[in-house]
Design a protein around this ligand. Structure first.
Ligand code: ADP
Ligand code: MG
Length: 229
């Protein structure tokens, strides 16, 4: 089992205001699954994704990653576990403006202290695959939205992570570019990468094996699209 949460809770406290973002989420994801998460704005989708991706800790409940209870890990421990194992794709691309395409994609490999010849091979392989290699010396603002998202996906997959978390990856794209991004995610899933994707698009959500509906911090329904799992 890749992911299992038991009664996962996340409460944000700022001054006197308390927000219960997640209220007892029970969620299981198997290796190789592709799961879509849908739900209204503010229902806790990004919060859940951030916790599953070890960017943040829950405030209650249990979170098992490959059988290890990771919910109380320190930030340092979370970062170490995340590196190379989990790739993120966001709606806003999150590329570094001062770095060119090649350098943006190389970044996760630098954190892993991979040798320069090995880095070059891995970066060029993924840029070729994402059909963006010819733009490797360009900077993010010189690219279209679709190209920027391809670079962001390249960066997310360059370490060959087992898990990709995508938070509204097509949210800022027109339909043609969005479709291309969905095709890339589906391809990666077909090669064995587990994908958890938040989306507002019912059409994109249908590409997954399963659609999970979140409402007010908890899962209300699960709709199985594909009997593989
Ligand atoms: P969604 O992604 O489904 O739109 P979020 O997970 O971003 O929703 O947010 C869920 C709830 O938690 C919202 O009410 C939001 O305002 C609140 N929230 C999210 N992040 C924080 C934070 N860092 N501090 C305080 N409240 C937050
Ligand atoms: Mg969100």
């Amino acid at each position: 089992m890749m992911i299992k949460t038991i009664d996962l809770v996340k409460v944000f406290r700022t001054d006197e205001i308390e927000t219960v973002a997640l209220n007892k989420v029970n969620f299981v994801v198997k290796d190789g699954e592709f799961v879509s998460i849908m739900g209204p704005s503010g229902c806790g989708k990004s919060t859940l994704l951030n916790i599953l991706g070890l960017l943040d800790n829950p405030t209650g409940g249990e979170f098992y990653l490959y059988g290890n209870e990771v919910s109380k890990y320190s930030e340092k421990k979370r970062t170490n576990l995340r590196k190379g194992n989990i790739g993120f794709v966001f709606q806003s691309f999150n590329l570094i403006d001062e770095l060119n395409v090649y350098e943006n994609v190389e970044l996760p490999l630098l954190y892993l202290k991979i040798s320069s010849s090995e880095r070059k091979k891995k970066v060029m392989d993924v840029l070729d695959r994402m059909q963006i290699a010819h733009r490797r010396k360009h900077f993010p603002q010189q690219l279209s939205g679709g190209q920027q998202q391809r670079v962001a996906i390249s960066r997310a997959v360059v370490t060959k992570p087992k898990l990709i978390l995508a938070d509204e990856p097509t949210g800022n794209l027109d339909s043609a570019n969005g479709e291309e991004v969905m095709n890339l995610l589906t391809e990666l899933n077909n090669e064995g990468t587990t994908i958890i994707m938040v989306t507002h698009s019912a059409i994109d959500a249908e590409k997954a094996h399963r659609i999970v509906q979140l409402f007010d911090g908890h899962i209300i329904t699960e709709n199985i699209k594909n009997q593989k799992f």
